[in-house]
Design a protein around this ligand. Structure first.
Ligand SMILES: [Zn+2]
Length: 263
């Protein structure tokens, strides 16, 4: 029941945030879009719909909620052994899961098996809030299994696991958005969190820069592992987004993007 209740927030909060950030992008755009909003938005809406269906099918086998419930019923996982107070468990789970997501993103770039599915996300030639929806279903399947395993191994309480998902989605929407934050605010936020300008570097056409700023929420992991890059070597204003081999209209098409990992 908790899951059903939180499920409404898990949809409503990101949806509201998506509209709010899309509005902010309109008022304070960071950069002019190369391929524009349409048909990119149509393609990303279709990605969302496809992933909603795949997520629904996946939920019959394994989901984060199921993993958390199972771990709780079997008193399985690190947090059950430690027996900490709830707030400490929640804090620990957020930090460890955030690192796990950083590591997964690092692996997506590092290993030839994963890169083609993640490259679909990177082939977008612009960045805006809808780029956060542009993940190939293959990557959704991998990340669902991976995060569920992490939740079970850690023994993350159900409410915390679902709150983390919400937090992660909210951060992804924020750091992909095409909004111009005041410099001081960007600098201040970066101390702890990944900002749009920080994630922009990760979407550079320059391959070396794609291997920086893997974080989605906390910025500490990139600083700790030496993968932090403050700004593109050509400067944020001149930085091109996407993959150099797809320097045309193709990434804005849905069917082409879906087939991209198989080509
Ligand atoms: Zn990436």
């Amino acid at each position: 029941m908790i899951e059903a209740g939180l499920g409404i927030y898990a949809i409503a909060i990101p949806a509201l945030l998506l509209f709010a950030l899309a509005g902010a992008e309109y008022i304070w755009p960071r950069r002019a879009l190369v391929l524009g909003r349409y048909p990119r938005w149509r393609t990303h809406a279709l990605f969302f719909a496809t992933n909603a269906v795949v997520g629904r099918i996946l939920s019959f086998f394994v989901v984060i909620g199921v993993a958390a419930t199972w771990a709780d019923a079997h008193r399985f996982g690190m947090l059950h052994i430690l027996n900490w107070p709830f707030w400490a468990q929640a804090l620990m789970a957020f930090v460890v899961l955030d690192f796990a997501v950083w590591l997964q993103h690092f692996a997506m770039h590092r290993f030839a098996f994963f890169w083609p599915m993640h490259a679909v996300h990177h082939s977008d030639r612009d960045l805006d809030v809808t780029t956060a929806l542009r993940f190939h279903p293959f990557e959704l399947i991998v990340s669902t299994f991976y995060k569920s395993a992490m939740v079970a191994l850690l023994g993350v309480p159900l409410a915390v696991a679902l709150a983390f998902e919400l937090w992660l989605n909210a951060n992804a929407l924020f750091n992909h958005s095409n909004i111009r934050l005041p410099k001081y605010l960007d600098r201040m936020l970066r101390t702890f969190f990944v900002t749009p300008d920080m994630h922009l570097v990760h979407h550079s056409v320059i391959v070396a820069e794609q291997k920086s700023n893997f974080g989605f929420a906390l910025s500490i992991w990139d600083r700790l592992f030496g993968t932090y890059c403050a700004e593109s070597m050509v400067g944020a204003e001149n930085q091109k987004i996407g993959l150099s081999q797809f320097d045309d209209q193709r990434p804005s098409a849905f069917v082409w993007s879906m087939k991209q990992p198989m080509t």
